[in-house]
Design a protein around this ligand. Sequence first.
Ligand code: APR
Length: 239
Amino acid sequence: MVSSKNIVALTGAGISVESGIPPFRGKGGLWEKFDPMEYAHIDAFMKNPAKVWDVLIKEMKVIIDNARPNTAHKGLAKLEKLGLLKTIITQNVDGLHQMAGNTDVVEFHGNFAWQRCMECNNKCETIKIDIGKIPPRCECGGIYKPECIFFGEMIPQQYLRRSEMAASTCDIMLVIGTSANVQPAASIPLIAKQARAKVIEINLERTPLSKEISDYIIMGKAGEVLTTLINEIEHLLNL
Ligand code: APR
């Protein structure tokens, strides 16, 4: 890694678990509690925004408002400061990479920090939304929808292009805390692999990438693994 010219990281919910944000899948995952097709699909939101706000979004707002970057986020920020990491492609909507100090972050699934009125397109910061009134409405009377990509929605073209460019030009891709189940994000490591990059996977468990895509698999908590990695890199760089 110390001789790398261009490291790109792809991150998923697992990197934010140590910040108190539950993952989506597996034990204690959000989708164990809520059926994603009933609460996180755009058709479900359009059909009954009040229900989706009342059950899922209110809970997410409280969790994300109180979350702070953990040692894994801070580790990636340090890798950027060392000039090794160039870009983060994240599936997370929590904004914790930017809060940790990373400057080039592709928010592949959007960001929960903003809401958009479905009538007049007015944008409002989520922190300013009063969740006492569900569904929250814009001055025009339109209903606010989080600026996150719901199931059934397309990934914006500029996010796809930037991610494909970053993945096809990196020499190392760190894949951290994703179950690699959701497309098109789960194909990004394949683009890196085809561009002859080394794929390093960091996860508590094996994923569909582990068999044929990942060159190295480091099993462990993202915070602990990245702390050890950064210490080793700083040692090798005599810092
Ligand atoms: N450190 C490292 N990995 C972890 C940790 C941890 N502390 N905790 C959990 N993990 C791993 C799990 O083993 C799992 O493989 O993180 C992964 C989380 O997987 P998911 O919950 O499926 O999250 P993600 O892959 O980001 O989901 C993709 O699906 O629901 C949609 O839009 C949503 O962006 C999300 C997308």
